[in-house]
Design a protein around this ligand. Sequence first.
Ligand code: TRP
Length: 72
Amino acid sequence: MSDKDDFFVIKAEEDGVNVIGLTRGTDTRFHHSEKLDTGEVMIAQFTEHTSAVKVRGKALIQTSHGEVKTEE
Ligand code: TRP
């Protein structure tokens, strides 16, 4: 299991939080958008297809590097 397979947790703190996966490689684009409502949790990994994640909306994000909250 490599670093890219690390899990991260996103917990929505409002309705309609978007978790957007961006592609790995030379072409960086959105490939998946997941909508979470208050209290919903998404547990995901970085994969061979996903190298970055953008979170839009109020949420708590936990990674192996620590914890961060998005601002309103
Ligand atoms: N099919 C995607 C992948 O294997 C699923 C995925 C993994 C994903 N991690 C993600 C989608 C993070 C959005 C955000 O890469």
